[in-house]
Write a protein that binds this ligand. Sequence first.
Ligand SMILES: [Fe+2]
Length: 338
Amino acid sequence: MQKPPTVTSPPHKNFPAPVTNSGSGNFEKGKARPTLKLHVGFSLSCHHALCGVKKRMRQDTDISWHEQWFAAYATRERAKARGDATPLDLKIRHTQRVLDNARAVITEETFMPDTARACLLAALYHDIARFEQYLRYGTFKDRESCNHGLLGVKILKGEKCLAREKDTVRGAALAAVGLHNRFALPRGLPENVGLAAWVVRDADKLDILRIMDEHLSGPMPYCPTVVLSLPDNADICSRTVIEAALAGRVAAYADLRSVNDFRLLLGTWFFDLRFPASRNRFILDGHARRLLAALPDIPPYGQAKNFLLTLFEGQGARLKQDGIQPPPPGSTRQRELS
Ligand SMILES: [Fe+2]
């Protein structure tokens, strides 16, 4: 697997330097008033600058027009389904959850406002092609139909729903949609594109874990679409997936041979999450832990299962010690800004 590009979060250039009261002792006795005036004035200007930044961030992360546009598009496309439209309903709910997860990440990270906006737009639109893919081919399997990331870019360009966005925002959002389903991201991406793609990939994985946990913890038989039509046969396993788990690297869809392989692959996603907020949520949500717990303790899965569960247990204990709780989706700093 390619090593992920080194993408760092830029400091927020618009934030003013912290205000301190140092130096006030240099003023002569009896001349405290001008000093006080100077400091209050400086503090007030900083306060106004901070309010301006908060207001700008609030405006930049308000994508309600796009959310409404997407809802109308989803309704229109869903109405075209001749058979079972339930898989499309799952995708609509998935999109909302991915957007919530993306919001949670950008509130934990310090992104430039345009980058934050591109992340949210990419999260909202990342699976827009799922409608056309399902209507045309009756499956969500890219290998049997089309690349839904690239088709998504084509649809977004055709619909012109991003036309009113700044070039940089639109470009980063489109690129992130096109890249979100790649096994690994290419090196050397522009920083805003890399960040938007990573946010969507993390947010997407976290919600797929929820879907898989809810489905595989529920009653049998499993929905073939959800388990990618893999056989639920304990005698079938992929050595490649097991080796990836034991080596601490993400396993590939292409190597899956059974539902048990899929459970293990989902556990290896921990190694592919880019942001600390995503890794914390992965651990605290507990979806991967429950998915892995259902694997047999004996060979061939036992060793890999216990390796991952021990790792997650250690991470969970560390978070508990630090008092870290994941913010509920779409909350915390986003609300503090309002
Ligand atoms: Fe997705």
